[in-house]
Design a protein around this ligand. Structure first.
Ligand code: NAD
Length: 309
């Protein structure tokens, strides 16, 4: 399969490396020049619990020279989705499938707007990874990937994509409840990400600190109300308990939003708590706690960009 991966940071590198190890022609596309140069010159190093492996695959800064792909996987941060895909429109032909495993709400919708008639698939992945430096990525944890056709019933292609990923040690299954699955993960991120970033605490702080735990409950309860008003079929019956369980089970972890704050990067807040506020307004469900934390994160981002101490 010819596969183009747009955004070859932590997750794009991980999926690209594993897929290139199988019977696929993979190209990584990333605007980070030093990363691309080093991948081409020395290979991509993946460091994990089982040691280190170097993968040799092609990386490009611009997709312009590439032809139509069978599969395009989007792994930029959510706020770059539209621009990155518009810039790579030449990868999309009538038989191209586009897959997003990004976090948050709204990526598949943005992709559908830009991708013309291409079939769009969305999903979630429980793999964890982070970039250590150019051409060097840490694979922090294995996990399941679940995908489904976005905006329509599942088709043969969904099964083929899942099989191709699974053959390359990226265990993947197909679900008929893609919205429920995305919301299920979203509700956990709604409870954990912004709060850990604002309070500068690891995930376990939301269990150890009583007030932080109460805030988490309120955030998730509001978001659950929005999901139910939208008719989303959530796979679990107690999202608040789930968020708490995840926070406890990943107690030492620093959430991606906390890491973004610490590394002075933009966060995906608009696609997480911000998305709850937007969706809540559409179905007349009040979301004051989510609005508050979204505005607090925005304030911290603005404070940093304006150099206010
Ligand atoms: P990352 O920041 O490590 O990688 C994103 C990459 O996109 C960067 O290398 C950046 O240079 C590149 N990029 C930015 N604009 C681009 C453009 N126009 N064209 C091409 N490349 C561009 O991010 P990540 O941690 O890999 O996360 C990607 C997505 O996956 C996010 O939505 C995240 O929430 C989600 N996710 C991450 C994890 C994780 O463990 N890291 C797990 C599950 C889901």
């Amino acid at each position: 399969m010819k596969i183009g991966i747009i955004g070859a940071g932590a997750m794009g590198s991980l999926f690209g490396a594993r897929l290139a190890d199988g019977d696929n022609q993979v190209t990584l596309i990333d605007v980070w020049r030093e990363h691309v140069r080093k991948i081409n010159a020395e290979g991509l190093r993946l460091v994990g619990e089982n040691g280190e492996k170097i993968y040799h695959l092609r990386a490009v800064e611009s997709p312009r020279s590439l032809g139509t792909q069978d599969l395009v996987i989007i792994f930029v941060k959510s706020y770059h989705t539209t621009a990155a895909l518009k810039n790579a429109a030449n990868l999309l032909g009538p038989n191209t499938a586009v897959l997003t495993l990004q976090n948050g709400l709204g990526n598949a919708e943005l992709i559908s707007e830009v991708a013309g008639g291409a079939a769009v698939y969305a999903g979630t992945t429980s793999h964890g990874a982070h970039v250590l430096g150019p051409a060097l990525v840490r694979h922090a944890g294995e996990g399941e990937t679940v995908i489904g056709r976005f905006g329509g019933p599942n088709d043969r292609r969904a099964g083929e994509i899942a099989a191709a990923l699974t053959r390359c040690s990226l265990v993947t299954r197909v679900t008929d409840n893609i919205d429920g699955l995305i919301w299920d993960k979203l509700l956990v991120n709604v409870g954990i990400n912004a709060l850990t970033a604002i309070c500068a605490i690891p995930n376990g702080g939301l269990v150890d600190l009583k007030s932080a735990g109460l805030l988490m409950e309120k955030l998730v309860a509001e978001a659950e109300g929005v999901a139910r008003a939208k008719g989303i079929k959530l796979p679990g019956d107690n999202p608040r308990a789930k968020a708490r369980e995840v926070a406890a089970a990943t107690g030492e972890n620093r959430s991606s939003m906390l890491q973004d704050m610490e590394n002075r990067r933009r966060t995906e807040i608009d696609f997480i708590n911000g998305a709850i506020v937007k969706e809540g307004a559409k179905v007349n469900v009040a979301t004051p706690c989510n609005e508050m934390v979204a505005l607090l994160i925005k304030t911290l981002e603005e404070k940093r960009s304006k150099g206010i101490a």
